[in-house]
Design a protein around this ligand. Sequence first.
Ligand SMILES: Cc1cc2nc3c(=O)[nH]c(=O)nc-3n(C[C@H](O)[C@H](O)[C@H](O)COP(=O)(O)OP(=O)(O)OC[C@H]3O[C@@H](n4cnc5c(N)ncnc54)[C@H](O)[C@@H]3O)c2cc1C
Length: 449
Amino acid sequence: MKQILWFRRDLRITDSALLAHATGEVLPIFIFDEHILKNLPKEDKRVTFIYESVLALKKQLQTLGLDLAIFYGKPEDIFSKLVQQGFDEVLCSIDYDAYAIQRDKTIESILPMHRFLDSFILDPKEHFKKDGTPYKVFTPFYNALEPLHSALKLEEYQYSNACIKASFDYDNTPLLEELGFVKTTLPAFLYQSAHELLEAFSLKIALYEKERDFFHIDATSKLSVHLRFGLISPKEVFNYVKTLAPTSGAACFIKELFWREFYNYILYHFPYSEFENFNGQILKWPNSDQAYEKWCNAQTGVPIVDAAMRCLNETGCMHNRLRMIVASFATKNLLIPWKRCEAYFALKLLDYEACSNVGSWQWAASTGADSVPYFRLFNPYLQSKKFDKEGQFIKHYLPELQECDAKLFHIENGLKQNLFLEYPPLLIGIAYSRERALQFYKRVNTTKP
Ligand SMILES: Cc1cc2nc3c(=O)[nH]c(=O)nc-3n(C[C@H](O)[C@H](O)[C@H](O)COP(=O)(O)OP(=O)(O)OC[C@H]3O[C@@H](n4cnc5c(N)ncnc54)[C@H](O)[C@@H]3O)c2cc1C
């Protein structure tokens, strides 16, 4: 038996389904996929992060007596060559986004594939309502998983130890520059391992429920990027948290982990929702080109929205509460189609994950599974007053507002009082755009097809 272990979004050797099922001669590989990379800017921070993580995985595999062959190209071309070297099958982890499904279909026509679920805790195929249909609402979905999330430990995969390294030229690692990218500086927390982040989080977890919405406090785990690329598995995170004192913070955190499961579940059962409104509504969005440009470029004139967008553009990160604020502002106040904004996040977010991004954008736009009701809009000024009262976050990302009285950040047109300030005028009035959004959404919500 000769197997290819295709690492993709599971860049680790612990709790690894691939290593647990590895038998005989194995060739662990990673492919820098030309189809994906060709669409990314050469400064893409994710590529730097993945590149470093893949090199680290190579070292980890070497400690097991294995290695990692690293390729750059189109997966179908690479597998067409590998099949000629007598490999029998490919082991990899499951991915449910549209591109991944299509890619795997192509590879399966070249070599048999065995896919394992190790990027998520729950197998979406094994959880249904009593009537046999998939859940569409988070709370019943989560409550019905009680035995799972109240468990003290979930079983992790163990290395099979039943394989040997296939002979291969493992030294041909392409340079980052050869992939067409430059090395970028990452946010500091990305130079920490997942386990270091978990340990740091263990000291904060008791206050997680209380503090997680305050974006100037370092209150969340910051694990989403590591989870996205599988440097740690969600089961490992779960098991670690279960070793800590059971607090309301810990329970709240476990629930958040299951939002990720929920969105993966929704994408699996309703794959069309990656591109279309989950609820089937047809919304006739007005032209929003100008608003979209200003939203992306942090020029809306709403300090909290602009600070959040500048944070995204500069760092590739955005706190969850800020994501909710800018998403509500974009899809409701500015009436920008959610898919357009979702694509912008996909381009920028270091933790971009199709299921969570699509699910969350549809949530904000009131078109998704278990969405915010269409008539509920975040008032960005009330949000900044509540969560950034002193304006620390706003001043950090909008240093041109450094000298301003923070109270002015929380009042519509507050900054207009300062005639010498170089800050864009408010793009749209909050009361007017709120009313416009209500009328827009009301039309589809009150007209039954
Ligand atoms: C518009 C919008 C887009 C989003 N896009 C993404 C995305 O592309 N990728 C992504 O991982 N998360 C996304 N989220 C969810 C959430 O913002 C991030 O998971 C979170 O901010 C990551 O920070 P953390 O790891 O410190 O989170 P913590 O608060 O420490 O949470 C722990 C983990 O739980 C999961 N999680 C937490 N909240 C959510 C949530 N609402 N939905 C799904 N999973 C969650 C994440 O894996 C996270 O790492 C999005 C939210 C919104 C509102």
